[in-house]
Design a protein around this ligand. Structure first.
Ligand code: SAM
Ligand code: SF4
Length: 348
């Protein structure tokens, strides 16, 4: 295995290193899950019964997350996304955001903090959360109440729409995530896209990926990025590609007359792996250097066996060293499983 290099880097917080994998990709984006639980049950993400119970003590504590973040920042992580499960169900989440803000104010070198949420719990927590963030990805797959209930198996459409309305008036970079589900919401892509006509936000259409915690190889219809674009073009013939920013998974599109943008994320087709800059850490502290690959390191074990920030940095370097070339190579290296993992456990 080729070792990941750490290249010294100077900035206002002193000498730091950056994580570079065996293919020369700099890894500076951490997606950190803070819980496996969720208040919804989206069928593409988890079974109707939810994910298995995990004792609270099995999750990284807020103090352990703090040590982890300091180690990651010292290894050159510059962008953080908090995800889950549903991050807003995690006890102490506002306090976690506050401590991250304090780290930033102390010159930790963290450029951006984003949140991915279904928004249901956001309205009452709004003032405690929004000031600490640069952007929010809000997951809403339909604009119809009954369909929302069917897709999420919960009756929370009103709360999610309230969150959307509140976020439209903020300075945050707002993105709406729509998982495209053949035959279930494909007739609504144009209506969802119209959210970007009058508001400066991005509506992103995601290919559905095989992470629903259910049986493998279920033959089902699938819409890929070409199908999605064809449908958008049918409604908006002048749609044009704005390309893909460096390291981005999303290809952006503009439509004349729209204030915001559209986007397509080919997460199943995996068209963007060559410039991947991501590392994922689950709520239990397991590290995945590729969404499609195996767990490759354990933050909790490292910390609870007496390791500290230095040991964590070594662990991050080792994990990055083993990052696969792309999602296909990572998947091929996995042992065959009869079940998909749940995205709620991996951290989407
Ligand atoms: N609960 C939060 C939410 O729904 O935004 C955060 C966690 S969720 C796992 C993160 C993102 O992953 C959401 O936008 C969700 O729609 C997406 N997601 C979940 N399962 C997926 C799947 N099988 N394929 C594609 N996207 C998926
Ligand atoms: Fe919950 Fe998000 Fe998964 Fe839906 S996608 S079940 S909101 S974790």
């Amino acid at each position: 295995m080729v070792a990941a290099s750490t290249v010294p880097r100077q900035n206002d917080a002193g000498a730091r290193s950056v994580l570079v994998d065996a293919f020369g990709r700099r890894i500076d984006y951490l997606r950190l899950s803070v819980t496996e639980y969720c208040n919804l049950r989206c069928s593409y993400c988890m079974p109707a019964a939810g994910v298995p119970h995990v004792p609270h003590a099995e999750l990284l504590s807020l103090e352990e997350i703090d040590v982890l973040l300091r180690a990651a920042l010292d290894c050159g992580v510059r962008r953080l996304r908090l995800t889950g499960g549903e991050p807003l169900v995690r006890r102490g989440f506002p306090e976690l955001l506050q401590s991250i803000s304090a780290m930033r104010a102390g010159g930790a070198g963290l450029d951006e903090v984003h949140l991915t949420t279904n928004g249901v719990l956001l309205p009452p927590m709004f003032d405690d959360i929004v000031p600490h963030l640069d952007g929010i990805n809000l997951s809403i797959d339909t604009l119809r109440a009954e369909r929302y209930h069917a897709l999420t198996r919960r009756d929370q459409f009103g709360a999610a729409m309230r969150a959307l309305d509140m976020l439209k008036g903020t300075r945050l970079r707002l993105k709406i995530n729509v998982v495209v589900q053949a035959g279930l919401n494909t007739d609504e892509l144009a209506d969802l896209a119209l959210q970007a006509r009058d508001h400066d936000l991005e509506v992103r259409f995601l290919e559905k990926m095989p992470f629903d915690g259910g049986a493998r190889d279920a033959a089902e219809p699938h819409w890929d990025h070409r199908d999605i674009l064809a449908e958008l073009r049918r409604h908006f013939p002048n749609i044009e590609s704005l390309g893909r920013a460096a390291n981005a998974t999303v290809e952006r599109f503009g439509v004349p007359g729209f204030r915001g943008r559209l986007g397509i994320i080919a997460g199943f087709s995996r068209t963007f792996c060559g410039s991947c800059n991501r590392l994922r850490i689950t709520a239990r502290g397991r590290i995945k250097s590729c969404l499609y690959g195996a767990y490759a390191g354990d933050v909790k074990q490292t910390l609870r066996s007496g390791g500290g920030e230095e040991e964590l940095k070594a662990l991050l370097r080792r994990t990055v060293a083993g990052k696969a070339r792309d999602g296909f190579a990572a998947e091929a290296a996995l042992k065959a499983r009869s079940e998909n993992e749940s995205m709620s456990i991996i951290g989407g």
